[in-house]
Design a protein around this ligand. Structure first.
Ligand SMILES: [Zn+2]
Ligand SMILES: [Zn+2]
Length: 380
């Protein structure tokens, strides 16, 4: 994770799973002191997800290893911490937020709009989940199927800082940092991050970056077995049963946000940073080459060439002058240029299947000159 993060241009990664006894041992091995965990150039912040008694996932950011131990101690009365990296505890959202406050951790809902195991899957408001502790919630994790445009249609979220975390469970190039946050901090420590999330002393998240919501697995309502997509009207008339295979239709994030929305269009509060939409470079290359997987030799070679020449993925996607890349397949160069010009087509995901990218034929001969045009990356 540390090595691959550096290739992506990422300075700070979350450990995850900090209450799992074996994983905590590993965290301790990499720790310089109680608060500093660093491997190579990559810094780690101590975190865990916790599943509450109604299956909602909460993200906790912790100040130190000793606080992780304290958290483990507190939670061990309500679950078996050895079973899972993300413990399922017999506490509700409000009680978990109380524990978080006691150990001086920051807390917010994970992948908040996902139709399973998330805040808005089971609740219609923050208050319904967190009760008297609602004011202590300082951030919301958007998840892959939502962005600031979705979330800022809901008034109660305006005061929260949005985090666009990758939720990566592996270091592979299309997972790690598929979403990320650019954060202005006084120092890369918990205290620095805390100031930025609470927007204290001028520190803040300066932009969120991540998928177009259509790329996510649960963007549109769709069958979880055969992935047929449905409009909300069709879902209601078929009672959430797929007319093709009889499988369950899962409500998509797009439809769920429409239900919850206070505004027809997003109203961004003044503090909200821009949202930069990205696609994983390896998937752009895969599509350009017509390969079926990102794990082919051709995709690896092109990806490694680009990264070794231009430093990191973000640089390749956003601004590197790739016209001098003679050895690189012309189809790959064109696809990257088409991405920059927002000309790639996304077929929305749903029912647990990611969205897919299509390269329209008319973009396959984009002139190299085009890349010199400065396209606006910050399209909120
Ligand atoms: Zn989760
Ligand atoms: Zn079906």
């Amino acid at each position: 994770m540390a090595e691959e993060a550096a290739k992506k241009g990422v300075d700070l990664v979350a450990t995850g799973d900090c209450t799992h006894p074996e994983w905590l041992k590993n965290i301790k091995k990499a720790a310089a002191d109680d608060e500093t965990v660093t491997i190579g150039k990559t810094n780690f912040i101590i975190t865990t997800e916790i599943e509450d008694s109604s299956r909602v996932h909460h993200l906790l950011l912790l100040p130190s290893i000793s606080k992780a131990e304290e958290l483990a101690e507190r939670l061990s009365n309500f679950c078996d911490l050895k079973i899972d990296g993300r413990p399922t505890v017999r506490l509700n959202g409000c009680e978990i937020a109380e524990v978080a406050k006691d150990i001086e951790a920051l807390i917010g809902p994970c992948h908040a709009f996902t139709p399973w195991t998330a805040l808005y899957a089971y609740h219609d408001s923050l208050k319904s989940c967190y009760g008297d502790m609602t004011d202590y919630i300082s951030f919301l994790e958007l998840g892959l199927s939502a962005d600031s445009n979705y979330a800022d249609r809901i008034k109660e979220l305006h005061r929260l800082t949005f985090l666009s975390n990758s939720d990566a469970h592996s270091p592979w190039s299309n997972k790690l940092a598929r979403e990320f946050n650019q954060i202005s901090v006084p120092e890369v420590t918990f205290e620095g991050l805390k100031k930025a999330i609470l927007r204290k002393d001028g520190y803040r998240v300066t932009y969120n970056a991540g998928f177009y919501p259509q790329e996510g697995k649960y963007n549109e309502s769709a069958c979880i077995k055969c992935y047929t997509h449905y409009t909300l009207e069709q879902c209601l008339s078929s009672n959430w049963k797929c007319i093709n295979c009889g499988g369950l239709i899962k409500k998509g994030v797009k439809d769920r946000v429409n239900e919850l929305a206070d505004f027809a269009e997003a109203k961004h509060p003044e503090h909200r940073p821009p949202y930069v939409h990205l696609m994983p470079l390896s998937e752009i290359i895969m599509t350009a080459l017509g390969h079926a997987s990102i794990n082919t030799k051709g995709v690896h070679t092109a990806w490694n060439d680009l990264i070794s020449r231009y430093g990191n993925e973000l640089n390749v996607l956003q601004k590197a002058d790739i016209s001098d890349m003679n050895k690189l397949d012309r189809r790959v160069v064109n696809a990257i240029l088409a991405f920059r010009e927002k000309k790639l087509i996304i077929h929305p995901g749903g029912g647990g299947q990611y969205g897919s990218i299509e390269i329209p034929p008319e973009t396959q001969n984009i002139e190299y000159e085009h890349q010199k045009k400065q396209s606006s990356l910050f399209d909120f």
